[in-house]
Design a protein around this ligand. Structure first.
Ligand code: AHG
Ligand code: MN
Ligand code: MN
Length: 326
């Protein structure tokens, strides 16, 4: 991280923070900053929809299925529309990869950035008023600007992300992001409609006491994973599993802990999606001093073969992820 920069104080608005840090980017023409602002704006709209979910008829299933064969929720569809619109308008993005669309959405050939997004993460928790999230990754396109995009623009390794983040719609709404210069968290003040810096330079404790895994699936875990779970119990760790990846990840980022979604007998690659769930969170974890792996390999080194590829996921405090690898 650069040392000459004046650290902005807690309470700085997101806009000012983005502007102040714009020269950290390799390409300083402002497009990436604009994308971050667009994402923040869309998140405010989604936040508003989520907050009135119980009041109007937008809860429950949309009656359709997404690419993974899962039921789409109305808010899934709505969030996808909001983020797509916000990211399309400015023309900075050439393609959008979303959990909710089968193939990528081709945007502006002159756009320099590719975005991967899980518009609404944890959708099974919508109807029961439990925290949900949005996850995003931003890549620089590889092919020549002005030409149609190619597979090399779309299927980039996580280590090529230029920015990534998430929004947690929780007891308060937060936006946490990195551009590869540390991790910063902003809390939303709804009456002012602004995000304010509340968690500067976030660092994940090297060790924690929390493990987060859907232990109901334990019969279908490998012996190695079962052994690690035994280790967690022998170490008197606490189990915490919300079932919203963003919320589970965020708690562990603040308090220290490990999140695991391993391979199961049913899904040899686990459940979570590399391109719009794991890559962003692995990038943030590493930037905060933590680790993210698939059980063998660093998540950010995996070369994606397809948009909706799944991967086992171990992420969180560095020592805990290392221990789990053993
Ligand atoms: P999504 O709502 O985007 O499909 O993601 C759900 C994911 C993730 O948020 C969560 O950690 C995991 O599914 C929970 O899966 P299980 O119910 O199998 O534990
Ligand atoms: Mn998700
Ligand atoms: Mn989702």
């Amino acid at each position: 991280m650069e040392t000459s920069r004046i650290a902005l104080p807690i309470g700085t608005t997101l806009d000012r923070f983005i502007k102040n840090n714009q020269d950290q980017f390799q390409y300083t023409s402002g497009e990436l900053s604009q994308l971050l602002r667009d994402i923040a704006l869309a998140s405010k709209v989604v936040n508003r929809e989520i907050n009135k979910a119980g009041l109007i008829d937008i809860m429950g299933s949309a009656g359709s299925q997404n690419t993974g064969g899962e039921q789409q929720q109305k808010l899934d569809v709505l969030a996808n529309i909001r983020f797509t619109r916000a990211l399309t308008k400015g023309g900075e993005a050439c393609a959008l990869i979303s959990e909710e669309t089968e193939s990528y959405v081709d945007l502006n050939n002159n756009g320099k950035y590719v975005i991967a997004i899980d518009p609404l993460d944890g959708s099974s928790n919508i109807d029961v008023n439990v925290s949900i999230g949005t996850i995003f990754s931003i890549y620089r396109r590889k092919s020549q600007i002005g030409l149609p995009i190619t597979d090399q623009d779309i299927l980039q390794r996580g280590e090529e992300q230029v920015a990534a983040g998430y929004i947690l719609y929780g007891s308060s709404t937060m936006l946490v992001y990195t551009t590869g210069h540390g991790v910063n968290g902003f809390t939303y003040e709804p009456s002012l409609g602004e995000y304010f810096l509340s968690h500067p330079d976030m660092i994940i404790p090297a060790e924690g006491k929390t493990y987060s895994i859907n232990e109901g699936l334990a019969n279908s875990f490998s012996e190695d994973v079962k052994n690690y779970l035994q280790h967690c119990k022998d170490s008197h760790y606490t189990a915490r599993y919300i079932g919203s990846l963003v919320a589970d990840f965020h708690r562990n980022l603040l308090k220290g802990g490990i999140y695991i979604y391993p391979a199961t007998a049913k899904d040899a690659h686990g459940k979570l999606r590399l391109m719009y769930e794991c890559n962003a969170l692995a990038f943030i974890a590493e930037q905060a001093g933590g680790k993210g792996t698939d059980g063998k390999e660093r998540i950010l080194s995996i070369k994606p073969k397809s948009l909706h590829q799944r991967t086992p996921f171990y992420v969180g405090s560095s020592k805990m992820v290392e221990q789990a690898m053993k």
